[in-house]
Design a protein around this ligand. Structure first.
Ligand SMILES: Nc1ncnc2c1ncn2[C@@H]1O[C@H](COP(=O)(O)OP(=O)(O)O)[C@@H](O)[C@H]1O
Ligand SMILES: [Mg+2]
Length: 378
């Protein structure tokens, strides 16, 4: 008898470029799931630096070509470490679904020689992953949606619908490098958009001013005050007023952006981090006020991504939202916050194999639903 589930590894590395998160999961035919184990592999400093260079449009073509294979090897290493610590053999895994590492995402059509198109590039070569793990590997999830006229993002809302159903009106708020929300409501179609910076600007300034990779648990931010004048200045960024569907990334909130805003930053370096942490929370709140609440009430926010561990950020969210809604995290639903997106890509990979369209056109703007992802066999 055919088994009614697939065993998969979902892998994700987001805009933070902190490293790779992998989840070993069992996905059943009705899309229920079990997370069997998880594993993370931090990017070595040198590799992160090179990836940031490329993402900031300062890399050479040769760098992109080389790093595609380097990152492919790291994804394979991460998957193999996960298998080893789980005592599972490659032969027992049906597929790997790898998002890869986005190095550029340009959803708005650009024109050259009479041809107009959006574009996106995730590196971490799937042939390399398939070879080094011995497991069929699915990747390049975003291209087909762009080819169908969409933005190629966001893709996680498809998984959010399956995970949370619509038994309550919820905002699933991921706080990775960028903040993004999926709105699940009985009153409207699922919609989603990027709220603005998540941890990206916080990370940049914690590294620059405190020589630490990120603000663990929001401790640095908890020691400072919000500089309201600077915060109001930062809130003038036009992205925040754009109507959804919209998505953003390092193409906007990059090193140049950080350098520009630093010119008007407060002298006290704790206050810089506190204000940027408040910025993430305030832009989330403002985005809901402008674009979510007019369409539907929300009873609950479910936070996810690394930002869900930032206690100061959560305090700011509680402050802005007051008691208007309940604030939970994925952990409250037995899904580790850090691995939710890895789980989401495992679900998208399941759809590739089962030939199920997995883009939500309301979210990406694509003209039609398409089966996403391409496959490399070992
Ligand atoms: N314990 C923690 N406290 C505060 N922030 C954290 C913690 N752990 C992770 N983060 C933040 O989350 C980021 C990584 O989040 P992640 O969800 O992996 O984002 P991405 O999808 O962009 O890679 C880190 O760069 C850091 O800013
Ligand atoms: Mg990450």
């Amino acid at each position: 008898m055919d088994k009614n589930y697939k065993t998969a590894i979902g892998m994700m590395s987001g805009t933070s470029m902190d490293g790779i998160d992998a989840a070993l999961v069992r996905i059943f035919n009705d899309f229920s799931f079990e997370i069997l184990n998880t594993h993370s592999l931090d990017y070595p400093q040198e590799i992160r630096k090179k990836l940031l260079e490329i993402a900031n449009n300062k890399g050479l073509t040769a760098d992109i070509c080389f790093m595609d294979f380097v990152v492919g090897k790291l994804f394979a290493q991460c998957a193999n470490e996960l298998l080893e610590k789980s005592n599972i053999k490659a032969g027992e895994v049906d597929y790997i679904a790898s998002h890869g590492q986005t190095v550029f995402h340009s959803p708005q059509p650009q024109e050259i020689g009479g041809i107009s198109t959006g574009s996106t590039l995730q590196i971490g070569n799937i042939s390399v992953i398939a070879q080094l793990t011995g497991i069929k590997t699915i990747g390049d999830f975003r291209s087909k949606d762009i080819a169908a006229g969409g933005q190629g993002a966001p893709l996680v809302p498809f998984a959010d619908e399956l995970i949370f159903k619509k038994d309550k009106n919820r905002a699933i708020q991921n706080i990775g490098g960028i903040g993004n929300v999926t709105v699940l409501s009985k009153e409207c179609d699922t919609f989603a958009f990027d709220t603005g910076p998540g941890n990206m600007l916080i990370d940049y300034f914690v590294q620059k001013l405190f020589d630490k990779p990120f603000d663990k648990n929001g401790e640095i931010a908890s020691c400072g005050n919000v500089d309201e004048k600077w915060l109001n200045e930062l809130l003038k960024e036009p992205y925040y007023s754009l109507e959804p569907p919209k998505s953003t990334g390092r193409e906007l909130f990059n090193e140049n952006y950080a350098k520009k805003i630093y010119k008007t930053a407060p002298d006290n370096k704790n206050n810089v981090i506190t204000t940027l942490t408040a910025l993430t929370a305030k832009t989330i709140f403002d985005a809901y006020e402008k674009f979510v609440f007019p369409r539907t009430d929300i009873e609950q926010i479910v936070l996810g991504g690394g930002g869900a561990y930032n206690c100061t950020l959560i305090k700011f969210l509680e402050h802005y939202f007051k008691n208007r809604l309940e604030i939970k995290t994925h952990n409250d639903f037995n899904i580790n916050d850090k691995f939710k997106e890895a789980l989401a890509f495992a679900m998208l990979g399941f759809c590739t194999i089962e030939k199920i369209p997995s883009n939500l056109t309301h979210c990406t703007g694509a003209k039609k639903r398409v089966i996403m992802g391409i496959t490399a066999c070992p």
